[in-house]
Every structure is written in C-alpha cells, then in structure tokens.
Design a protein around this ligand. Structure first.
Ligand SMILES: Nc1ncnc2c1ncn2[C@@H]1O[C@H](COP(=O)(O)OP(=O)(O)OP(=O)(O)O)[C@@H](O)[C@H]1O
Ligand SMILES: [Mg+2]
Length: 273
C-alpha cells in the first residue's frame, strides 16, 4: 500500500505512478473512459494513499472518486516537466535545454531551458489521430493490433516523396523527404493497398508532422535537443524510428524517455511529496 500516488488523467489514458515498499517506481495505466476501474483499483490497492492529480480529466476523475478529502491538483505542464526532469536524472541524460513534445491524444510542444518551461504550441495530430484515423481506414479498434499491423506495412505507395515529383530534375531538397503524406493514394496507380500500408502511412504522417514542428521550434529557439514523450510512443518502435531518423536528418538530437507516457503521473507523485 503506497502512501502517495500521482495520477495523470488524460484525454485517452489515465496514468498512475507510486513508489512501492522497496521504493521502486511502479506505473499502471487505464482507459480514462473506465473511471470505475480506476476507482476500484485505488480502493482495492491504495485506499489510504494521498492522491495528487494532473491532466485534463482530473476534475472529472476527482468528482467520480467522491473522496472525502480534497484532492490536490497540479497544472498538467508543470507536472509533465517535473516528470521529465526526474527521468532525465534517472537515465543520466545531460540536457538543460530542449524542445519537449508530448504526443498524447493531441500534441503539445514546450521549451525547457534554465529550469523553466513554456508552451510554444501544438497540433491536433497526435495519438488520437493514430487510433481515430486508423480506425476510420481499417475498422480496427484494438491499439496493439493496429500498431502490430502498421509495422508490416509499406507506405511507399501511400506517400509522395520529393524524388517522385522531381524524377529526372535536379533535387532542390533531399529526395527522400515526404512531399505529401497520403498524396500517393490519389496520385499513384497502385491497385492494392493493404490495411497495413494505410496504418503505416498514418504513423508516417503523425511522426513527420510532429517531428517537423519540433525541428522548426528547435531552429527558432536555437535548441539542439528534442525530447519526445507521450503514450503514443508506448511499444511503438515504428513511430519512434520515423521521428528519430527525421530529427537526425535535420541535424537535431532526439531523445526518448523510457517511461514515455508517465511523465505527468510521475510529476504529480513527486510534487505531492
Ligand atoms: N492501451 C491503449 N489504448 C489506447 N491508446 C493507447 C494505448 N496505449 C497507447 N495508446 C496511445 O496513446 C495515446 C494517448 O497518449 P497519452 O496517454 O500520452 O495521452 P493522454 O494523456 O490521454 O491525452 P492528452 O494528454 O492529450 O489529454 C492514444 O491516443 C494512443 O495512440
Ligand atoms: Mg497527457
């Protein structure tokens, strides 16, 4: 039974962090839509723990928990930054200045420097796009199945590369860059595109849109490091590879933290101590 737990109630997933009796960090997540399961898990395992909440659905969860005590709330971005700092230290990563992209349901982009942080912007292209557009294209609703199939796909007939357009002309930029995500579906005469190919295309679009926004932010703020977090990266090597290679191609340094989606929950836990 933990004495304190940190909860990040996000748009899609609710992440929970706590230290066990050996002071080892433990993490667990639930669908945010299943508040009954969250309440049951807390009451069964940590009924006496003091809770600290963060995330967009914190207020909804707080109401659902019907706790007799007032549950403290931390602003999501503060909790996320605290969680990122903690993980950087744990993983021995030296990084004082960085762009941080949280690829959650949507994507939020921040800058961290000199121990402070501010939000630079974001995009509605994120993890929700992966499961939503993926479902629209294939009918698949299971996250793990979607990720597994996307890895088997080939997006060469889905996208149009710069080299596809320039063919025999002198290339103005790297020909391997994507000129149009999904443009190939309309413009390339390929008869059979599988679910796998479409899902691979969705991953490509998300990875490239988010990475390119971060790269532009890094250029504008003279920052070299980009830290990518959020549960969309959980067990999703394809997305990581797309973002990593694009970031390196643009001469920036990508970082992925081990506990991708849990920065907010870890931050809430630490702030509550
Ligand atoms: N088991 C799962 N079920 C559904 N989505 C999952 C699962 N595991 C990972 N994901 C991916 O993670 C994304 C959610 O990421 P994350 O938990 O960081 O966001 P969130 O905190 O819920 O949302 P936000 O921060 O935008 O409010 C989903 O959109 C999906 O792409
Ligand atoms: Mg979140």
């Amino acid at each position: 039974m933990a004495t304190k737990i940190g909860i990040d109630a996000g748009g899609t997933l609710t992440k929970i962090a706590y230290f066990d009796e050996n002071l080892e960090l433990q993490l667990i997540s639930f669908l945010s839509s299943d508040m009954q399961a969250i309440k049951y898990w807390i009451e069964t395992n940590h009924s006496l723990a003091s809770i600290c909440l963060t995330g967009g659905r914190a207020e909804q969860l707080k109401k659902y928990l019907l706790s007799p005590m007032d549950i403290p709330y931390i602003v999501e971005f503060d909790a996320t930054m605290a969680g990122v700092m903690y993980q950087l230290k744990q993983e021995n990563i030296e990084c004082e200045k960085a762009i941080i992209a949280n690829i959650g349901t949507g994507t939020s982009i921040h800058i961290m420097k000199e121990n402070s942080h501010s939000r630079l912007g974001g995009t509605g292209i994120g993890g929700g796009t992966l499961i939503g557009l993926g479902q629209a294209l294939t009918g698949i609703t299971d996250y793990k199945e979607m990720i597994a199939l996307s890895k088997l796909g080939d997006r060469s007939s889905i996208d149009i590369l710069v080299s596809d357009i320039y063919e025999n002309n002198k290339l103005p930029i790297n020909g391997a860059l994507t000129a149009s995500n999904f443009g190939g579906v309309a413009l390339k005469k390929t008869l059979n595109r599988s679910y796998e190919d479409h899902l691979s295309g969705v991953q490509g679009m998300i990875g490239e849109v988010v990475a390119s926004l971060c790269i532009q932010a890094a250029d504008a703020h003279h920052v070299e490091n980009i830290i990518y977090i959020g549960s969309t990266l959980e067990n999703n090597d394809l997305l990581k590879n797309i973002m990593e290679s694009y970031t390196i191609l643009k001469e920036k340094k990508p970082f992925f933290l081990e506990k991708h989606g849990y920065s907010g929950a870890i931050g809430a836990l630490l702030e509550s101590i």
